[in-house]
Design a protein around this ligand. Structure first.
Ligand code: ADP
Ligand code: ZN
Length: 722
């Protein structure tokens, strides 16, 4: 027997299967999709068996032998093997990196894994003699109707008796696997769907389409719709995967799902320990959990007979893996996985669909469904815009009079407040503290990024650069500054402005510890705090009954992110965070501070007008040749040597221009993180309408650079952010 093995090294040069012969003693345990250890050059490596061949299919001149089998159960089933290949075609990454990306650490091919299964000790009955003493009898009675009794239970009666019984083979020890996570049904809840919800469920159930987009305003009960659909899927003996955009949302989603489905669920996301992920994975593979809930990578859970994939808050950029290879798009891969199963469906849901998704829905590529009312008939909250150009003279800290007095008013009434400060990217752009003016690229309409290294402002799309000035070109004040404000500072300000205020902060710094998300959310729900202050984490999906005010400290931070999607991101972030207000019995309101009150993203948010925003934004995208009218590939060239890096990037650009006739090619330009760990990085952007020969050309480029030791090339198709 001969097997093809894909080894763990992710290197373009060795990204193919190598053949090994199987020693007689191992043949009976060989399966496609398990890990084995093989000799490779001078090393021993782990790899996956991807193919089994007959001896005479291959000219076996001196094949080396497999050393050892790692798994008894299959890790990469047929479906995952196929999906990995598709991912490889879509990302042009190595095949092994695609497989590795689908698996929890404990199951990746790698030489050492210290993640072990956990076991509990149980006992079963052996031969029971006629004579037993009192505690022994008591122990034996525990087995009344039960085959196994846990060690814990037995030693609670007597541990010395246990020893005796065990030594006489009256009790026989047995180890049983135990999963680290448990899902406890706290209360049972069942809603009758509203007419609007039921209509959508029915329409999806009777349709044969593959992909659905549910555009439902915040609080319209999308989650309830997902659960109803999943109930139907389970009845057909199928399984479901539910993706949420951030780990902060998994606790809430899991809570709601356990209320309906008990422990028929498993979770996969980065807040779990590797041991927990390993357990959840096995539970799923064994069919002990039919619903998987988690972040991006949960898409690759080893469920069988998949019937439904839900992608909640589908507009979120976290569904695109941007930061490491393979740079895959979970939405795209969900559709591919769906196609590998018979009559499987993909549901995308959002109050603010990604422009790209909505465009596809309008074209009929996705089946569009709309929920236009909140479940409890509550109106969407009133949004008040505070013009900071006017207010700047009399703000306290970063608070306008209006926002501050509203906060105080709500706290007095024992209602709750969410405050958003989107900090992302604040330190990398420069603005006027007086009027909010921001420097933009004249070619690309993108905020210029401040580069400390060269002390100038640059566009990281086209490479345009300009020098720093201190006088604002707009208001003529000497107030240009790169300083942004962080959540910590805002927290400090609030403590001094409102004595005895109870604030909990939710941002990157306060949520690194395991379980901290859950704790913050639970404590806030239990009214231990008046104010939840945080970065964009607080904007999405959270459902608190008593929040009646949402305040946005500075709506402009996200408008100024150097990304062509900054308006879209802002519109959706602000709509989402506004949607946290007044979700239950009490009416909610929103106060939004900005220097750009006339910006179309802001004016449409005020009117809760997704379609209005969509139409305006599509015109701009068309004019500037951005997605969804053009696709984008971002090529990152990096090297330890700045000169070589730029020269090679330029060379790549020139040859791309030569071979890609229809495409627009920008750059090379300094990447937004230009120098990182002493590595310099340049980017080239390809905008294209049709792929034509693009993939061929890119593959050739990868080929040329795969053994170049000085520069490294990374590809990112349709980046979620830059
Ligand atoms: P969305 O995800 O669209 O923002 P949710 O699914 O979180 O909305 O629903 C908003 C709130 O309404 C939740 O508290 C949910 O429990 C409740 N809800 C949803 N559907 C119903 C229903 N049919 N009857 C009563 N309450 C519902
Ligand atoms: Zn530019």
């Amino acid at each position: 027997m001969i097997v093809g093995v894909l080894v763990e090294l992710s290197n373009k040069n060795i990204d193919k299967q190598y053949f090994y012969s199987v020693p007689e003693s191992l043949i009976k345990d060989i399966k496609v999709g398990i890990r084995v250890i093989v000799p490779f050059g001078y090393q021993k490596l782990e790899g996956f068996i991807v193919e089994i061949k007959d001896k005479n299919e291959i000219e076996d001149i001196d094949l080396k032998e497999i050393i050892k089998i790692v798994d008894s159960d299959i890790i990469l089933n047929n479906e995952l093997l196929k999906l990995g290949k598709i991912m490889q075609e879509k990302t042009l990454s190595t095949l092994i990196s695609c497989y590795q990306a689908m698996l929890p650490k404990a199951l990746k091919a790698q030489k050492k894994t210290s993640i072990a299964k956990k076991f509990d000790t149980y006992y079963r009955l052996g031969n029971i003699p006629a004579k037993l003493n009192a505690p022994q009898t008591k122990i034996i009675n525990l087995f009344n109707n039960k085959e196994l009794v846990s060690r814990k239970e037995i030693i609670s009666i007597s541990s010395s008796s246990l020893k005796t019984l065990e030594s006489k083979n009256i009790l026989i020890k047995e180890k049983k696997e135990h999963y680290r996570l448990k899902y406890n049904k706290t209360l049972e809840r069942k809603y009758t769907l509203t007419v609007e919800q039921q209509k959508i469920v029915d329409e999806i159930n009777k349709s044969n389409d593959l992909i659905y987009l549910i555009h439902g305003v915040t609080g319209s009960g999308k989650t309830e719709v997902y659960m109803e659909l999943i109930e139907g899927v389970l009845k057909q003996d199928k399984t479901a995967i539910v993706l949420v955009p951030e780990i902060s949302l998994t606790p809430q989603m899991i809570r709601r799902f356990t209320e309906k489905f008990g422990d028929n669920i498993a979770a996969i996301h980065s807040a779990l320990s590797e041991g927990e992920k390993y357990d959840e994975w096995r539970k799923i593979a064994r069919g002990e959990a039919k619903i998987v809930i988690g972040a991006r990578s949960a898409l690759f859970a080893p469920v069988k007979n998949l019937g439904l994939i839900v992608i909640d808050e589908e507009h979120s950029d976290t569904y695109k893996q941007d930061d490491s290879n393979p740079r895959y798009d979970a939405k795209e891969m969900a559709i591919e996985r769906c196609k590998l199963n018979s009559s499987c469906k993909v549901i995308l849901g959002s109050a603010t669909p990604a422009l790209d998704s909505y465009a596809k829905a309008k074209k009929g590529i996705y089946h569009l469904l709309t929920l236009s009312n909140r479940v409890n008939k509550r109106p969407l909250p009133n949004i008040e815009i505070i013009d900071m150009n006017e207010e700047i003279k009399n703000i306290k800290g970063h608070f306008s009079d209006k926002l501050l007095s509203k906060i105080k008013e709500k706290i007095e009434k024992h209602e709750q407040v969410i405050l958003l400060l989107n900090r992302r990217g604040y330190s990398s752009y420069i603005s006027c503290k007086n009027c909010g003016y921001v420097f933009k690229c004249p070619n690309c309409d993108i905020t210029l990024t401040y580069h400390k290294y060269t002390n100038n402002l640059r566009c990281h799309y086209c490479g345009y650069a300009e020098n720093i000035v201190t006088i604002c070109p707009s208001c003529r004040e000497n107030a240009i500054s790169s300083l942004g404000v962080g959540t910590e500072k805002i927290e400090e300000e609030l403590f001094s402005l409102i004595p005895d205020v109870k604030i909990v902060r939710m941002d990157f710094d306060t949520t690194t510890k395991k379980g901290s998300h859950e704790k913050i959310i639970k404590d806030f729900r239990d009214h231990k705090y008046d104010i939840l202050l945080g970065t964009q984490i607080v904007a999405k999906g959270l459902d608190f009954e008593d929040v009646t005010l949402v305040g946005v400290i500075n709506a402009d931070t996200s408008l100024n992110i150097p990304d062509f999607r900054s308006s879209e991101t802002t519109f959706s972030l602000l709509s989402q965070v506004a949607g946290r207000s007044g979700r239950s019995r009490k009416e909610g309101e929103v106060v939004l501070q900005t220097f750009n009150k006339n910006h179309y993203a802001i004016t449409h948010v005020k009117k809760h007008d997704y379609l209005g925003f969509y139409n305006d934004e599509m015109i701009i995208r068309r004019n500037l040749k951005y997605p969804p009218f053009y696709y984008i590939v971002y090529i990152r060239v990096s090297s330890k040597d700045n000169n070589i890096c730029y020269k090679e990037a330029l060379k790549i650009k020139k040859s791309l221009e030569k071979y890609l006739n229809e495409a627009i090619i920008l750059g090379p330009s300094a990447a937004s993180l230009f120098k990182l760990n002493n590595i310099y990085r340049y980017g080239i952007i390809i905008k294209y309408k049709r792929q034509d020969n693009l993939i061929d050309i890119l593959n050739k480029m990868i080929d040329v650079y795969k053994s170049n030791r000085k520069v490294v090339i990374d590809l990112n198709f349709n980046p979620g952010h830059f």
